[in-house]
Design a protein around this ligand. Structure first.
Ligand code: NAD
Ligand code: UDP
Ligand code: UDP
Length: 343
């Protein structure tokens, strides 16, 4: 399958591939920044499965080579250790820009680095998109809504964000990244796509990631108490990773810029989540209360009408269906029990 014609350029371009029986079609050249991380590695699986050429650009801050090991021998796959804060030259058709730590524990660890990743990293990837005429997708976040005064949150809501708080490096960083994407679109005609992702969980999350679902699952499996921060009455809406990846690909391939909320509207308090984890893993798991973190949003639930209408997308995996799949993966990684599906 050697490339014969390089049509280059647009997001719809790609490499014509000749296979026995004739030309098969266009294989796209796609960069996934942050592709060694949790969401990115699941996205890479789907793109490789579809027959695309995938280049992952990742500095391995929260990513792991293990997430991509199964592609290492594939000639359609390439892993580049690179920090998106630095410029890079590549020739591609599409850019999925995910590079950025997503867990509060990691994005607060070096906040200035988080800002640089969101601002300089996004600027570099947009500069790359401009130079080669690639389509660019930004993985923004529900955090752009801050501690929301509107519930559920629709894309038209401008948010309620503390610009000088400990979460600002991430939420203001992502807001700036959205601004950059729109300014490159309006100013340089770049084809951009913006996804606002709500809390997502699934296999391959780091065991010590610090986010609530991975914490509770790892704690229950290790027979440790589940750490509930604050009174546990704050809410989040949890999306299984395969639903998110489907939404991201539809957004990239579709004709709409967004922003689009991608999330599961099923809303849970942290105490309700703890209960689902108890039911799934260990009914005797204890709960331990800890002080909450600063500026923690009180509630969060996506209004996904826009994604339903324009992308024909909605989540299909409920928390009670998705959690056991994640638990199987965590069990395997914690105790080396028989390997089960990680999709
Ligand atoms: P993750 O931390 O597992 O993955 C992020 C990846 O980016 C890692 O592989 C990390 O090494 C890499 N990275 C970080 N800084 C980088 C840099 N400067 N240069 C190159 N690579 C860098 O997080 P995730 O959950 O997979 O999230 C992926 C994207 O989705 C992020 O942009 C995140 O903000 C966004 N998002 C995720 C969620 C969620 O719940 N998972 C919610 C909202 C938004
Ligand atoms: N850039 C990059 N790869 C490219 C093209 C640009 O990393 O293939 C970087 C470039 O170094 C710059 C940023 O993207 O820092 C923005 O590029 P742009 O051309 O939009 O701006 P300029 O270089 O004119 O300031
Ligand atoms: N949380 C918790 N216990 C934990 C980790 C987090 O109760 O061990 C709470 C946290 O205070 C927040 C919610 O769970 O209210 C979601 O936190 P997470 O870090 O997963 O994501 P966020 O939506 O805040 O980015």
């Amino acid at each position: 399958e050697e490339p014969t014609t390089n049509t280059g350029g647009s997001g719809g371009g790609g490499i014509m591939t000749r296979v026995p029986g004739g030309v098969r079609g266009k294989r796209k050249r796609i960069v996934v920044t942050g592709g060694a991380g949790f969401v990115g590695s699941h996205l890479v699986d789907r793109l490789i499965e579809r027959g695309d050429n995938v280049i992952v650009v990742d500095n391995m801050f929260t990513g792991r080579k293990e997430n991509l090991l199964h592609h290492m021998a594939n000639p359609n796959f390439e892993l580049i250790r690179h920090d998106v804060v630095q410029p890079i030259l590549l020739e591609v058709d599409q850019i999925y820009h995910l590079a950025c730590p997503a867990s509060p524990v990691y994005y607060k660890y070096n906040p200035v680095k988080t800002i640089k990743t969101n601002v300089m990293g996004t600027l570099n990837m947009l500069g790359l998109a401009k130079r080669v005429g690639a389509r660019f997708l930004l993985t923004s976040t529900s955090e752009v809504y801050g501690d929301p005064l509107q519930h559920p949150q629709a894309e038209t809501y401008w948010g309620h964000v503390n610009p000088i708080g400990v979460r600002s490096c991430y939420d203001e960083g992502k807001r700036t990244a959205e601004t950059l994407a729109m300014d490159y679109h309006r100013g340089a005609g770049i084809e951009v796509r913006i996804a606002r992702i709500f809390n997502t969980y699934g296999p391959r999350m780091c065991l010590d990631d610090g986010r609530v679902v991975s914490n509770f699952v790892a704690q229950a499996l290790r027979k440790e108490p589940l750490t509930v921060y604050g009174d546990g009455k704050q809410t989040r809406s949890f999306q299984y990773v395969s639903d998110l990846v489907e939404g991201l690909m539809r957004l990239m391939e579709g004709e709409h810029i967004g922003p689009f909320n991608l999330g599961n509207p099923g809303e849970f308090t942290m105490l309700e989540l703890a209960q689902v984890v108890q039911e799934t893993i260990d009914p005797n798991a204890k709960i331990e209360y800890r002080p909450n973190t600063e500026d923690d949003p009180h509630k969060r639930k996506p209004d996904i009408s826009k994604a339903k209408e324009f992308l024909g997308w909605q989540p299909t995996v409920s928390l009670r269906e998705g959690l056991p799949r994640m638990v199987a993966d965590f069990r395997q990684r914690l105790f080396g029990e028989s390997k089960s599906s990680v999709s």
